[in-house]
Design a protein around this ligand. Structure first.
Ligand code: PA5
Length: 446
């Protein structure tokens, strides 16, 4: 078992009749998906990645990762949204949020261009001082402002340090195969480039070079990751809510939404899964949140957040349900020591493994939250590893597509993301008549 949906904490909330009614809607979504005739169906390329990936391109990714590992101490992955979250999620899932502090023979890895914070970028530049640096700029459109700014800063740094030709050996670009500023710049300067396939959208692109190059630099086996995704693809083909956990998850989400549960909390009990939750939030948030529809995706890391948001989940407004990513096996064993004097009164947990205590906390919390009116979907994840990450990615991507079609939205576009950009460009004085008109209008409102 790599991943299993356990519905034991849903019994009080969902009846067999609810499942039967939703099964019909899921069947329609399944048909739309498999016949590729739904909205956005020209962005279904992610379904081919696990078993029909471009072998030459992936081999080039592995080769570039080896070169990067040999030639730098610090590797900076520059990108935002779907061009950032997947790689970071994989890194922390497969290794640790403390990856940079662990003993390893791979470079430190930092992420830039995922915000516009002067402090973040300045601090990273300081971290790079006196160290050898390689960068990977990742942008499908090649025009996104946040990574473009970070890239300009790092390009200047690398060219000053290594010269133009030396810098070109350390700059790796992942972008569209022929369009965009980034592609033009790469061709002009001779940067090695990797392709984001046309038919794969940003948030579905972690299993392309977008995610795979940074993941490979961390020494994670990307072939194993693709194998995991392939296993998930093979596991979730039948349209039967009893046999297909992925479709069952999509169905449960929509049943709960119909019952007024419009917020989903992805709960994990491991900080190593925190960035996976961030990736998941983008996947579902950008895919479903449109046309005034959707479930708001949020996340918590328990037990930490039981001491901040636990009160709200237990007794606040009853609009949410939880999906618990329950890690069955920890990568570490840590026995709590026995104290003969029992001076802290903790001997009731003495000699117990810490992971056992953590999972007991999960069971206790789930039962309390269910009593408080919060349905809990449990996704039991066998362990953390490259294979499991690939499996989980495909599980959630497929669930997201089926859930979105069930909801009646196009999972593969993100028209709302443009609104802030238009205003920002206008206010920053980007040339153009439209920008100027908008700038004047916005300035009056400020
Ligand atoms: O999922 C998406 O499409 C977005 O989140 C994009 O990945 C994000 O906006 C970055 O875009 P780009 O890769 O073009 O820089």
């Amino acid at each position: 078992m790599t991943l299993r949906l356990n519905d034991r904490y849903l019994k009080a909330f969902i009846t067999d009749a609810d499942y039967a009614a939703m099964a019909d809607k899921i069947a329609v979504a399944h048909q739309t998906f498999t016949e590729k005739n739904g909205e956005g169906s020209d962005f279904l390329g992610w379904t081919e990645l696990p078993d029909h990936y471009d072998a030459e391109e992936i081999a080039r990714v592995v080769k570039a990762a080896e070169k990067i590992k040999k030639s730098c101490d610090v590797f900076v992955a520059i990108g935002i949204g779907g061009s950032y979250l997947g790689a970071r999620a994989a890194l922390e899932f497969c290794t640790s949020p403390r990856y940079n502090n662990l003993k390893k023979d791979t470079p430190d890895i930092y992420f830039a261009g995922n915000d516009i914070s002067a402090s973040n970028l300045s601090e990273l530049l300081e971290i790079c001082e006196g160290r050898d640096v390689c960068i990977n700029v990742i942008s499908k459109s090649g025009t996104t402002t946040e990574p473009a700014i970070a890239f300009r800063v790092f390009r200047e740094l690398l060219e000053a340090k290594y010269g133009k030709d030396g810098a070109a050996e350390r700059i790796f670009v992942t972008t569209d195969k022929c369009r965009g500023k980034l592609k033009e710049l790469s061709d002009l300067n001779g940067y090695e480039t990797f392709v984001v396939p046309d038919d794969v959208g940003g948030r579905f692109s972690v299993l392309t070079p977008v995610g795979l190059l940074p993941i490979a630099v961390a020494g994670i086996d990307i072939y194993e990751m693709l194998e995991g995704a392939k296993a998930a693809k093979e596991a979730y083909t039948v349209c039967d809510l009893h046999a297909n956990d992925c479709y069952r998850y999509a169905a449960i989400r929509n049943i709960l939404l119909e019952k007024g549960k419009s917020v989903e909390i992805l709960a994990t009990y491991e900080s190593a899964l925190g960035m996976t939750a961030e990736w998941w939030k983008q996947l579902f948030g950008e895919s479903e949140g449109k046309d005034n529809k959707g479930i708001y995706p949020s996340s918590v890391t328990f037990t930490t957040d039981l001491h901040s948001l636990g009160q709200f989940v237990q007794e606040g407004s009853r609009i949410m349900f939880e999906t618990v990513l329950d890690l069955v096996n920890s990568s570490h064993t840590l026995k709590i020591p026995y104290d003969p004097a029992n001076s802290d009164g903790l001997n009731f947990v003495a000699d117990k493994d810490l992971h056992y205590v953590n999972r007991t906390a999960f069971i206790a919390t789930a039962m309390a939250h269910v009593d408080g009116g919060v349905p809990n979907i449990v996704l039991e994840l066998e362990k953390r590893g490259a294979y499991e990450f690939g499996y989980l990615v495909y599980f959630f991507e497929l669930a997201c597509a089926i859930s979105s079609y069930t909801l009646g939205v196009n999972p593969f576009n993100q028209p709302g993301v443009e609104a802030y950009k238009k205003n920002m460009f206008a206010l920053l004085g980007k040339p153009g008549e439209e920008n100027e008109k908008l700038r004047v209008a916005l300035t009056k409102k400020m």
